[in-house]
Design a protein around this ligand. Structure first.
Ligand code: FES
Length: 322
């Protein structure tokens, strides 16, 4: 199979700015993107820099951007990539921020690791220093972790996250999924402390913008977005969630669905922001004129309202404040 690779090249020590180099490669049908990078380095240009180690989707070091999508180079078949993106494959580093690129496809992941460390990604428990047996838990208690413990810290989700791109304080999908991995482990003693850390406005769970990019790019099926949603519930259940615009938004959402079976966008903003809602008046008027929001007495109700209310009753994990 003949494939053209357009590879991002930048050596901050000698280059003024980044550029792309094209390499035309004859490759085996069953190869992966990492094979192509190895071929370039070993047979064409030894100066190309990229990270790799295990070649089996375990170490997380080979994450790159492939035609705009964050992937593990060692787990992405070239054939699939060509079917998806055509015969020219563009390989870039996870972040093209010039301060982060160390060289070519190698990025400095300090921002990622700092946040990873911040959530204390290890079990906190009083344990015997010299145990005579393993501290096993029942399979059903392991299932609660879902796939949170599959995370290999590759950074694919972190560098795809819509919230991090505009809010550098946001802990990000990886650190939050890692938090869930321990808040859901019955052997961990720091559940409340962990939830308090991720409950902070600006950096924690309430700042996820729900773009779900993390789900799309996670190579291990961790689904960080769902873990963040679980953390929302745990924060309410443990009485950690403070009354603020984000938690009121979450509650307002349920109130609206309970009342109408569909979302009342106008009342949701009023519920979340109370008197501060006046600052959104110009947008509200524009939305009202276009029929995007309705006055309370104009709100239609879903034909399946009864069914929806029952579903909320069954799934609700905490009492709402009126
Ligand atoms: Fe280890 Fe790809 S080389 S995950």
């Amino acid at each position: 199979m003949l494939v053209t690779f357009k590879v991002y090249r930048y050596n901050p020590e000698v280059d003024d700015k980044p550029h792309y180099e094209k390499y035309e490669l004859e490759l085996k049908d069953d190869g992966v993107i990492l094979d192509a990078l190895n071929k370039i380095k070993w047979e064409i240009d030894g100066s190309l820099s990229y990270r790799r180690s295990c070649r089996h989707g375990i170490c997380g070091s080979c994450a790159v951007k492939l035609n705009g999508k964050n992937v593990l180079a060692c787990k992405t078949p070239i054939k699939e990539a060509v079917e998806m993106f055509g015969n020219e494959l563009v390989i870039e580093p996870l972040s093209k921020n010039k301060n982060k690129v160390v060289k070519d496809l190698v990025v400095d992941k300090k921002d990622f690791w700092d946040k990873h460390d911040k959530v204390k990604p290890y079990l906190i428990a009083e344990i015997d220093e010299h145990p005579e047996s393993e501290n096993l838990i029942k399979p059903e208690l392991v299932e609660i972790l879902e796939e949170a413990d599959y995370c290999i810290a590759c950074g694919c989700c972190f560098y795809a996250c819509g919230s991090i791109s505009v809010n550098k304080d946001f802990l990000g999908p990886q650190a939050l999924a890692k938090t869930y991995r321990f808040t859901s482990d019955v052997r961990d003693d720091a559940k409340k402390e962990r939830l308090e850390l991720v409950n902070e406005l600006g950096s924690g769970i309430w700042d996820c913008v729900k773009c779900q990019a993390c789900i799309e790019v996670c190579p291990k099926g961790v689904d960080p977005f769902i873990k963040i949603t679980h953390l929302h519930n745990q924060a309410f259940e443990e009485g950690v969630a403070k009354r603020n615009v984000a938690t009121k938004h979450a509650e307002g959402f349920v109130h609206s669905i309970k009342k109408h079976g569909i979302l009342d966008e106008g009342m949701l903003v009023l519920y979340s922001e109370s008197v501060k809602v006046v600052r959104h008046l110009p947008e509200a008027i524009a939305m009202f004129r276009k029929g995007k929001i309705k006055l309370p007495w104009q709100m239609p109700k879903s034909e399946k309202l009864g069914e929806i209310q029952k579903l909320i009753e069954i799934s609700q994990t905490h009492e709402l404040k009126d």
